[in-house]
Design a protein. Structure first.
Length: 338
């Protein structure tokens, strides 16, 4: 689940001006997700028959002196029409976001491109996603005003389907996406913050998702968690906020075997709010998954992890304490100004 897709729809389609609820608009001739096995390497690449799609990586990093950092790299594709074409006839629009977070700083940047002219795109084999000089393959690079990062990514586990074999339901009405993750990346490289180069190591998590109508009409925002625990297990969970909240989660065993949880099995309780960009945003949470004995508290590395981009949203690294200590990332969208 990712807010940047909203920005693409706002830029490219009939949901312009409708905010996050635009993700619930009619599919309008675009393809809809279906159940079935993923096809690799093809599903590493783009799916132009669908309206929205993203390649999304977050990394929790540590310097030699113990200083913690978080890095985000995201590329999004949105379509004006359900096909691809060469040159300026392409109906595909691309957007990218990158951010670097420390305990005291959070910096973010954005790139935009039109499809068909080589400025941005994705190849499946060998896998490469790019926009201008930002790239994602087995290496992740980006730069913005005051920051940059270059990280090598090594997968130490399998790709993991989310939901029902990669069919991820987003509402009681049945809206869905195709969704898989690579939650087992080891990351190594450097971050640059205000001109200072810092070698770092850590872990990273990639999400791949595509759909044409991933939200119900009444859903206006979400809270999305990815967590890597010290014992090797992982958890993906989200709450979509609407007339009735919809909560979904996948427990991922250390060997990569996913266990989709029933809707509502994961309990998400905000514990502490912070004033962020004129909004009250929950930056500390309690997560409970009784089936796995999980009872943790997550805290933001930096309360002010606000991406003030085309569509503003909160996204940053978190730390978990309790029954399953670890670290991860949290994304929160749709919180209005006061």
């Amino acid at each position: 689940m990712n807010v940047k897709a909203v920005a693409l729809i706002l830029l490219a389609g009939p949901a312009f001006g409708q905010g996050f609820a635009g993700l619930g608009t009619d599919v309008q001739g675009f393809a809809t997700p279906e159940r079935g096995a993923f096809q690799f390497p093809a599903d590493l690449g783009a799916h132009p028959a669908f309206r929205i799609e993203w390649w999304y990586v977050t990394a929790n990093l540590t310097a030699a002196d113990g200083t913690a950092y978080g890095a985000q790299w995201t590329l999004f594709r949105s379509a004006l029409a359900p096909f691809e074409a060469e040159g300026w006839a392409s109906p595909q629009i691309w957007l990218a976001h990158a951010a670097l977070t420390s305990e005291s700083r959070h910096l973010a940047a954005e790139r935009r491109a039109r499809g068909g002219i080589g400025q941005a795109g994705v190849t499946a084999a060998p896998f490469l996603a790019w926009i201008d000089d930002w790239q994602l393959s087995d290496r992740m690079t980006a730069e913005g005003d005051g920051f940059a990062f270059g990280l090598s990514l090594t997968a130490n586990g399998p790709l993991v389907p989310q939901g029902e074999g990669g069919y991820s339901v987003k509402s009681a009405a049945g809206q869905a996406s195709r969704y898989y993750s690579q939650p087992f990346y080891a990351a190594q490289g450097e971050v640059v913050l205000d001109g200072q180069r810092v070698p770092v190591t850590g872990t990273a998590w990639m999400d791949r998702e595509w759909s044409s109508q991933p939200l119900a009409e009444d859903q206006s925002g979400w809270d999305w968690f990815s967590l890597s625990f010290d014992d090797g297990a992982r958890l993906m969970g989200f709450r979509l906020r609407g007339a009735e909240d919809f909560v979904s989660a996948t427990w991922i065993n250390p060997d990569g075997r996913p266990e989709p949880q029933p809707p509502g099995a994961l309990r998400l309780t905000p514990l502490r709010m912070a004033k962020v960009a004129e909004r009250e945003v929950p930056v500390e949470w309690r997560l409970e998954l009784p089936a796995k004995g999980l009872d943790i508290t997550t805290r933001a590395l930096n309360d002010q992890s606000w991406n003030a981009l085309s569509v503003p949203y909160w996204e940053g690294p978190i730390r978990a304490t309790g029954t399953h200590p670890g670290r991860g990332y949290l994304e929160m969208t749709g919180y209005a100004e006061e």
